[in-house]
Design a protein around this ligand. Sequence first.
Ligand code: 5GP
Length: 190
Amino acid sequence: MTEDRGLVVVISGPSGVGKGSVHAGLHGLLEGLETSVSVTTREPRPGERDGVAYQFIDDATFDRMIATDALLEWAEYAGNRYGTPRAPLDAAVASGRTVLLEIEVQGALQVRARLPEALLIFLVPPAFEELERRLRDRGTEDEAKIQARLEVARGEMAARDAFDHVVVNADLDRCTAEVAEVIARARSGL
Ligand code: 5GP
């Protein structure tokens, strides 16, 4: 019965919890996963190409997308704005595909409100100190930005109850397998 309906899967959790790594690993475990390409006003990091993980847009374009209701959800995060374009997502879901959104918590809560049938998965670090270590090890942000992200992460942990599943990322492979199983179950309508 449910085979023809696409599925929207949201992977969320505090910054640095490993959303990107889990997301990348899922493609090896599940067939036919699509990734939603977000728009953002932040500057590309070295090596980031426009249109792959993000479409990099300016503030005026972002404002226009909000005004025309072109975004399913959007949030301001550590001084930049991020959003999920609605059109490609709607098209994928209408044709029965599974689309994955890797987004921060405020955005995930908007998806919950606007698309109640979406599957929301919240990743948590085994301990808060571990999160801080991972953010530092990544080495892409200066100290002020790390502090801003940690502050946001403290607030984000409080939102976990709104999610369908909470998965601890203590071991990347195990966590990825667990998330894949949750998605597979939802796809088969269980
Ligand atoms: P980063 O700047 O490290 O790429 O991303 C910062 C945060 O924004 C991450 O938690 C990431 O998951 C989140 N993010 C990426 N795209 C979106 C989006 O379209 N919407 C929302 N709400 N958050 C996003």
